[in-house]
Design a protein around this ligand. Structure first.
Ligand code: GAR
Length: 211
């Protein structure tokens, strides 16, 4: 059975959507655990209350990135086993990971980013989309590479930007789509229905990866 570890920072609503979908659809997957880097993470408390294995790797205990990454990798191996998980999903994980960590999980780590990449990598994506006058906004699931928010695109969700939108209204519209897209993409990846070939993700059943 394939194993999944999810990394979060705070709220963890995408992680919650993944866990709830996995249970509702009876995925044949081992939910090996949830790891957060903040002790006040509401998502981590939710996961623990659900009976999932959890770990906290507090970034304040490891100010150097290399040390933080090493402790994070250790916590992940502790949850998933010495070879690590089959899939590592970053779900609102707001720490930049170093190239050694990325290399060690190459091809089996995905992230969800709240913009239509390659537009707006980095922070404050909805604010920047509004400031630019974008008519569409969205979110992207992509493979993680050493360059921040630049890996191959696995799926995208697109929503209209409405004339009266502020940052929080737009974020809420995008987030609702994230909750539909990310569990489906993770399911496909774990069942090898969405595969990385020659640097691009392909859906082998002809299902749309536009949400
Ligand atoms: C989500 O909108 C996710 O796309 C974004 O943070 C939010 C986390 O919400 N991720 C990033 O900005 C990564 N650069 P959640 O904790 O409720 O899932």
């Amino acid at each position: 059975m394939k194993s999944l570890v999810i990394l979060i920072s705070g709220r963890g609503s995408n992680m919650q959507a993944i866990v709830e979908t996995a249970r509702r659809e009876a995925w044949q997957v081992r939910l090996a655990g949830v790891v957060a880097h903040r002790g006040d993470s509401a998502g981590l408390a939710w996961a623990a209350a659900q009976g999932l294995p959890t770990a906290l790797v507090d970034h304040r205990d490891h100010p150097e990135r290399a040390a933080f990454d090493a402790h994070l990798a250790e916590a992940i191996r502790h949850l998933a086993g010495p070879d690590g998980p089959d899939l590592l999903a970053l779900a609102g994980f707001m720490r930049v990971l170093g190239s050694d960590f990325v290399q060690a999980h190459a091809g089996r780590m995905v992230n969800i980013h709240p913009s239509l990449l390659p537009a707006f990598p980095g922070l404050h994506t909805h604010r920047r989309a509004l400031q630019a006058g974008c008519r569409f906004a969205g979110a992207t699931v992509h493979g993680v590479t050493a360059e921040l928010d630049h890996g191959p695109i696995a799926a995208q969700a697109c929503v209209p930007v409405l004339p009266d939108d502020d940052e929080s209204a737009l974020a809420a519209r995008v987030l609702e789509r994230e909750h539909r897209m990310y569990p489906r993409v993770i399911d496909w990846l774990l069942r090898e229905r969405l595969v990385l070939r020659d640097g691009r993700y392909r859906q082998l059943d002809g299902e749309s990866t536009a949400f």
